[in-house]
Structure formats: C-alpha cells, structure tokens
Design a protein around this ligand. Structure first.
Ligand code: TRP
Length: 320
C-alpha cells in the first residue's frame, strides 16, 4: 500500500471550506493508502506568536479531524513536534539546497514584496516541509495548488540526495493536486480565513445561521425567477446536498422562492451534515487528556518510521 501524507497548519479554527476542500478529500483516501496526517505546529510558529493560542489551535485541529471521521486506528494523526527527527533531516536537506532555491519560495518572496523582513524560519519553511514528507517514505502528498512549489523542491532535494548518496536512501514523492471543489465564502470569493469570509464549521448553530444569511446574493424580488448558476448559495448547497441540488435549481428558476428561502434550505442542509460532528467535536475538545493521548499514540508509530529513515540517511551521508 502506498503512503499518503499531509500536514495541517494549526493557525486557525477550521471553517466549512477546510472541511469540504481539504478534510473530506483527505479522509476519502484511507481505503486506498496508508495515511499519515500531522499537525504542522513548528510551521505555524512562522506566524503564530501567541503560545496559548497555538496550544489551543493544535487541539482544535486534532478534534476537528477526529470529529469529521478520522479513525486513529487507520490513520496516524500526530504532532510534527513529537517527532524531533524531522530537524535532523531538515539539516541534511538544507546542506543540499541552494539558497537561490529558497529565495524563489513564494511565501518568502511575497513577504519581501510586502516590505516585511521575513524570518529565517519563513525562509527555511520549504526545507522543513521537505523533511516532513521525506521522513515518512511518502509516496503521495495531497495538497492544494498553492503548495506545488514546495513539492517540486522536495522532489528535487530528494533526487539530489539519492544521486549523491545512493538511490534507495529516500522515496521521491509525488503531489496529488486536489480535485477539491472551489468553496466560496460569504462574499463569493474563495473561502479563506484571511479574507474574513469564512463560514464557521463548529461554532453554535446561531452563528452558522447568521453567517449563511450574510452571503451576498443578487437583488431580484421574491417572485422573480433566479439563476442558480453563479450564485454562492446554490454552489454551496450543491456541495453539501448534491442529491437535492436540482430541486433547488428548479425552485429558483420558477420564482416565488427567494434567496432568503434558499439560504434557509442551505442552513438546514449544512446543519444536518455538521450538527452531529459538532457534538462530537465539542466532546472531544473538552477531553484534552484523551486528545493528547491519541496524538501521542500516533507520534509513537510515526516515530518508528522516522527513525528508520534517519538511520538510512545518517549512514548514507557518513554520520553513523
Ligand atoms: N505548508 C502546508 C500548508 O501551508 C502545511 C504543511 C507542512 C504540509 N508540512 C507539510 C503539507 C507536509 C503537506 C506535507 O498548508
């Protein structure tokens, strides 16, 4: 069985876009792959400067994935920081990476172009990410388009190491660029935390309802026929309740059905899907001991794979 691995940065409370665009697709891979999903807490440190918030986000993310159906018996769920071998590999890889490659990194270049003075951590972010992937003999990495460059760099440095030290030292991974649908937020743009257009995943139903009611729509009257195509309300409905999408489309087209009605139907559909998961999330989030125990058990297993890789790398480079 091939290995699929991905990292989740604990920088915010997951929203509906994360659920539909990342969590669901990643969970659908468990039958086909050996899956490792980890919480990239050291990566988050490039932006999060509030220790208590980071501690909270790590558990938020763990509880979210578990509530959405991640089975820790089948998927290794762990914290990046619980496997310190990742730093050993980061160093070895750094010695093979040209600074020019890191200077071309999107995140680093964007920070420079905003006039910020990026930290060395942000500069080295891709080296740590390459180590994350290569440490676990990963075959495929499900990612969004924004992470493509990181994957190319990972493949590049793995091939370089293999070329210099022997072909069977590292597994060269491939990106699985997600076919995940575009999930639009309340303003019609791609849902993203930084744009403030997110629809909450596990906040109380009242807040969810309020957020859905704030989705931008066109301004026809109640009786007017309306086009489903291009409307955020309909698109979201089609993602959450595909079997009833046609029905909504017809109601919109025939008139007498307002955007308020459509939003109410959308709210009901989302609530039916995530309500039970919210309950599971709240229960899990409240039991931090149990949550930490799951993460530690995942890390123990992940660490066995990591140790074997580090052993191979050390002996390949002459440090054994
Ligand atoms: N950089 C990824 C992001 O911002 C998170 C990440 C860290 C990751 N390490 C990884 C993703 C390893 C895939 C594999 O979303």
């Amino acid at each position: 069985m091939k290995t699929s691995l991905t990292g989740i940065k604990p920088t915010n409370l997951p929203h509906l876009g994360n659920y539909l665009g990342a969590i669901q697709p990643a969970l659908s891979l468990v039958d086909e792959y050996r899956t490792l999903y980890f919480i990239a807490d050291y990566h988050a440190l490039t932006t999060v400067r509030d220790a208590e918030a980071l501690r909270g986000h790590i558990r938020d993310v763990a509880a979210t994935w578990l509530a959405c159906g991640l089975d820790p018996e089948r998927t290794l769920l762990f914290r990046q920081s619980d496997v310190p071998e990742v730093f050993e590999l980061t160093w070895v890889l750094s010695c093979l990476l040209a600074t020019g490659q890191l200077e071309r990194g999107h995140a680093y270049k964007d920070a420079l172009s905003r006039g910020e003075s990026p930290s060395a951590g942000l500069f080295n972010y891709p080296a740590l990410m390459a180590a994350d992937i290569l440490l676990y003999d990963t075959d495929i990495v499900p990612i969004g388009k924004d992470q493509k460059q990181h994957l190319e760099l990972t493949r590049d440095v793995a091939m370089r190491l293999n070329h210099i030290y022997g072909d069977d030292t590292l597994v060269v991974p491939e990106a699985l660029i997600s076919q995940a649908p575009l999930v639009r937020g309340t303003d019609g743009q791609k849902m993203s935390k930084s744009k403030g257009n997110g629809i909450p995943l596990f906040e109380p139903p009242k807040k969810l309802r309020k957020s859905i009611m704030s989705i931008k729509t066109t301004s026809e009257g109640l009786e007017d026929p309306k086009a489903a195509e291009g409307s955020t309300v309909y698109d979201l409905y089609a993602l959450v309740a595909p079997e009833r999408a046609l029905q909504m489309k017809q109601k919109l087209a025939s008139g007498g059905y307002g955007w308020g009605h459509a939003k109410e139907d959308l709210f009901q559909a989302i609530e039916a899907e995530i309500g039970p998961k919210r309950d599971a999330y709240l229960a899990m989030r409240a039991d931090e001991e149990q949550l930490d125990a799951i993460l530690h058990a995942g890390a123990d297993k992940a660490r066995q794979i990591a140790r074997a890789t580090i052993q191979r790398v050390r002996s390949a480079v002459g440090i054994d």
